[in-house]
Design a protein around this ligand. Structure first.
Ligand code: ADP
Ligand code: ADP
Length: 229
């Protein structure tokens, strides 16, 4: 698994308004880290920089020791799987929704994707019948079910890095806890970065980084940070 490093990253959407003001952190290979911070702190900006939707004005971002500015867009996308807050599903079958991302997916791929998701325990917990009914339409699913399909869609590509951007923020508390437990399980053998605005909405993390005013304000384990509060 790769490590993820932000090395003194400076970034603003407008030149005179910095969002990240020299942000440095390292997620060691295979570890699950979280970033929390108030709304507007720049958490999603970190995700956008990782995907190179934007490039930093200063500093470097490294994956597995390699500057992402020197990596092809295709290998960057293969390395990072994202689970966003509001996953958009096609009005098509669950199998197709999971296999999406591979535009050349055949019917066999679609069925294999659905079976893979069931093996991961992602879709066998949908209402009865869903695990086998690859034909069920995506748009009929509840928020939590949609997120399961979205997680499966990301995992089917087996990305070494998982980026969870407010992945459970749109869900009710009970569904959220359920999905957090699932995310914790599937993050186990990957490097992961979970972005959230509250401590309670991140899966168990090896370390939590607190972002404030464009820099790291604090970092520690869940227990350590609660003591600071
Ligand atoms: P968070 O995810 O922590 O809520 P964001 O990274 O989305 O914060 O945004 C950080 C700041 O950057 C906010 O003040 C936001 O308004 C601003 N911002 C986000 N996207 C853009 C953009 N495309 N152009 C200009 N400002 C932006
Ligand atoms: P693909 O392999 O199909 O390119 P990706 O895993 O790169 O898929 O991205 C899945 C979807 O999430 C794409 O539609 C992409 O545009 C979207 N996406 C990528 N980065 C972000 C982000 N930071 N926030 C929200 N959505 C994103």
């Amino acid at each position: 698994q790769p490590s993820v490093v932000f090395d003194n990253v400076v970034f603003g959407y407008e030149p005179d308004r910095g969002i990240l003001k020299g942000l440095s952190f390292e997620v060691p290979a295979g570890q699950n880290f979280a970033i929390v911070g108030p709304s507007g702190a720049g958490k999603s900006t970190i995700a956008r920089l990782l995907f190179r939707f934007y490039d930093p004005q200063q500093g470097r971002i490294l994956i597995d020791g390699q500057d992402i500015a020197e990596v092809t867009q295709a290998s960057l996308r293969a390395a990072i799987g994202i689970v966003p807050q509001d996953s958009v599903l096609f009005n098509d079958t669950i199998g197709y929704n999971i296999a999406y991302g591979r535009s050349d997916a055949t019917q066999d791929d679609v069925e294999a994707a659905a079976r893979g998701a069931a093996l991961l325990g992602l879709i066998d917990r949908l209402p009865q019948g869903y695990a086998t009914e690859v034909g069920e339409r995506g748009l009929k699913l509840s928020g939590g079910e949609k997120q399961r399909v979205a997680i499966a869609r990301t995992l089917v590509k087996n990305p070494p890095i998982l980026l969870l951007d407010e992945a459970t923020s749109a869900l009710d508390t009970r569904t959220e806890q359920d999905i957090l437990a699932t995310l914790h399980r599937v993050s186990e053998n990957r490097t992961s970065l979970s972005i959230a605005h509250r401590l309670s909405t991140i899966a168990d993390a090896d370390r939590i980084l607190v972002l404030n005013e464009g820099r790291l304000a604090e970092s520690g384990t869940h227990g350590e940070l609660l003591r600071i509060d």
